[in-house]
Design a protein around this ligand. Structure first.
Ligand SMILES: Cc1ncc(C[n+]2csc(CCOP(=O)(O)OP(=O)(O)O)c2C)c(N)n1
Length: 640
């Protein structure tokens, strides 16, 4: 495609020089540019394609960056990035040092608030609006929120407060009738009802209602516009009850109509928040996306003509292994229930849903509710498995503490995307769950070092009926060695894999392979033979294993895929505060650094934070430092 118009647009100020009639053509070009970009970079596509017209209309009408525009989740913001000064960098999306795949304040003045976790936009926008009011700055604040994001409690907290405060906040509902999978819940049904509402046809009454409701000349202006005659206002009682002016539903792909409506909103001095309901299509304008089940929500690089993913692997992902194993376990245990918070496909639960639909619950983007609901089920003797990504589980921390841990309820947490997650970057990294879970009394926390270990831990978790338990596993694929081994392991016990000399590596999680490689290098190049142990449990820690490692080694190195305060802290606490007396060992803890790690490939991230094979080798050699020769002599007892 020739980007005749898009070539002239670098910033919204360029866009505002266009004639209205050029906007439709620009929409086509921007849509094509977005498809072309994501086919090369991978990332989120469907959501961006659904807001192309809205993006253009918003920047055309509002005075961004002075007016503040907040994209909820931020995964739909690629078209926004292209027309806000980042067109030339757009192919660096999600790559090391490139553009972020969500919205990041540091990236552009057009991004007033960072987003990636959903449903934050209304609260953030309201905060900005309140601050602007205090500063007597009348800039507009616009939040664009999806229908999926409206399943989260946080969105209502924001709407509720905005209505009460009567702030002139503009909330645009991007209603595409999709979350990642099909949206769930009563709100979703309500929005569908609004759309098919009979009041659509009784326009006269609506006009009357609007004339009464809206201040000054807004209703009159709207009345005149073409889009209004198609039925601007068709009810929206719930949002009106919350204190908003509700407008819509309108066609979110008719860019000229959008412009007229937004101009009306911009130019009228309404004295309470406004809620504009736009109907859009996820994946709009790209046939493979429109036809696919998930509307190309998140994709790898693909061939534009066919929409077929370029990168294929035969290996199973950890999520897949989790989903398949839970399905097998559920076959013999009718108490098992699976719960997801809007991530059925992402957590590998599609198959479980098909097979045990009555024991599968997708609660929508509602992590807090998922956890407390699971706690309720556990009181009735069920075995709820709450499958949530590490990063999203952060939102449910109070529920984990108050509803689960204090009551010692046997909720099982399947924590996906633990550790670094690659191109989704710091907003999605699973860095903290080891820390925030192991600090809780009554919790059992496991971290498999392989997919076979994950299966064993899942079997183990079915037997843990007196405590809450969690197992955390990474994004990506693994080598599944023992597919059907549903053998439980002993709670709180690790095991030694390689017996060695004076340095012991106590690994938790999937860095084990890297540790094995590091051992080989140390063996072959440095004549150092570490002991290598797999801790399996971050809580309770295996104190007899630690005793053994402490007593027989000069150095103990712990490794985990998480932040400070997790597994290592418990090991150190045991050595220094419980054992106290026999402490001859020097301990080195390897965990995530005290910084948010940027987006790049996972292997690049582990290299950057010095948890790759070579860095681990170096760290172990550094322990020996200049005493290496002395230690080698000291260790003659070993016969490697
Ligand atoms: C707290 C939280 N949970 C889960 C997700 C994963 N997630 C990203 S987008 C999305 C669907 C959002 O649906 P919607 O708001 O309708 O936007 P759409 O993708 O349809 O444009 C989900 C569940 C998230 N970003 N944040």
């Amino acid at each position: 495609m020739n980007y005749n118009i898009l070539n002239k647009i670098n910033f919204p100020s360029d866009l505002r020089n266009l004639k209205k009639k050029e906007l439709k053509k620009l929409s086509e070009e921007l849509r094509q540019k977005t498809i072309e970009t994501v086919s090369k970079t991978g990332g989120h596509l469907g959501a961006g394609l659904g807001v192309v017209e809205l993006t253009i209309a918003l920047h055309y009408v509002f005075n961004t960056p002075r007016d503040k525009l907040i994209w909820d989740v931020g995964h739909q913001a690629y078209p926004h990035k292209i027309i806000t000064g980042r067109k030339n960098k757009i192919e660096t999306l999600r790559k090391k040092n490139g553009l972020y795949g969500f919205v990041k304040r540091a990236e552009s003045e057009y991004d007033p608030f960072g987003t990636a976790h959903s449903s934050t936009s209304v609260s953030a926008g309201l905060g900005i609006k309140i601050a602007k009011d205090i500063n007597k700055d009348n800039a507009n604040v616009i939040c664009v929120v999806g229908d999926g994001a409206l399943s989260a409690g946080l969105a209502y907290e924001g709407l509720n407060n905005a209505g009460a405060l009567k702030k002139r906040l503009i909330v645009i509902l991007n209603d595409n009738k999709m979350s990642i999978d099909k949206p769930v819940g009563a709100m979703s049904t309500y929005l569908t009802r609004l759309l098919s509402s009979k009041s659509y046809s009784s326009l006269r009454n609506l006009i009357k209602k609007m004339t009464k409701t809206l201040p000054n000349n807004l209703s009159k202006t709207l009345y005149r516009t073409e889009e209004f005659s198609k039925g601007m206002l068709s009810g929206g009682t719930l949002f009106e009850e919350l204190g908003f002016y509700y407008l819509g539903p309108i066609d979110g792909h008719n860019v000229n109509e959008l412009v007229s409506v937004l101009e009306n909103i911009r130019d009228n001095k309404f004295n309470k928040p406004i809620f504009l309901h736009c109907i859009t299509k996820k994946g709009k304008g790209y046939e493979p996306a429109e036809k696919s089940d998930d509307k190309f929500h998140g994709v790898e690089k693909f061939d534009i003509d066919t929409g077929i993913t370029l990168k294929k692997t035969n290996q199973k992902s950890y999520s897949q292994v989790f989903g398949e194993t839970l399905t097998s376990l559920a076959e013999n245990d009718e108490k098992i229930i699976a719960i997801t918070a809007a991530m059925m496909s992402g957590t590998g639960l599609k198959h479980f849903n098909k097979k045990f639909n009555n024991r599968f619950f997708d609660v929508g983007i509602a992590e807090q509710h998922a956890v407390t609901m699971a706690a309720g089920m556990a009181t009735e003797g069920f075995k709820p498995y709450v499958a949530i990504y590490s990063t999203f589980l952060q939102r449910a921390y109070d529920q984990i503490v108050h509803d689960v841990a204090i009551q010692k309820l046997p909720v099982r947490f399947a924590i996906d995307r633990a550790g670094q997650v690659g191109s989704d970057g710091p907003t999605h990294a699973g860095s903290f769950d080891l820390t925030y879970l192991t600090t809780l009394p009554n919790f059992i926390v496991m971290a498999p070092s392989s997919q076979s270990e994950l299966i064993k831990m899942m079997k183990t978790s079915t037997l843990i009926d007196d405590f809450p338990s969690a197992f955390r596993y990474p994004r990506g694929v693994g080598n599944l060695e023992e597919e059907n081994n549903l053998e439980a392991i002993e709670v709180g016990k690790g095991h030694i894999l390689i017996e060695g000399d004076d340095v012991a590596i106590l690994n938790l999680g999937t860095r084990l392979e890297v540790c094995k490689e590091a051992c080989k290098i140390l063996n072959n190049k440095n004549n150092i033979y570490p002991t290598l142990a797999d801790a399996r449990f971050a809580k309770p820690i295996d104190t007899s294993l630690i005793d053994k490692l402490v007593e027989n080694h000069k150095y103990l190195v712990t490794i985990e895929e998480g932040s400070i305060g997790g597994f290592a802290s418990h090991v150190l606490n045991y050595i220094h505060n419980v054992r106290i007396k026999t402490n001859r060992v020097s301990v080195k803890n390897i965990f995530f650094p005290d910084k948010f790690v940027g987006h790049m490939k996972p292997e690049e991230q582990y290299e950057e934070i010095k948890m790759d094979t070579n860095s681990i080798v170096k760290k172990i050699l550094n322990l020996y430092d200049d005493k290496i020769i002395e230690i080698k002599n000291f260790n003659l007892k070993k016969n490697k």
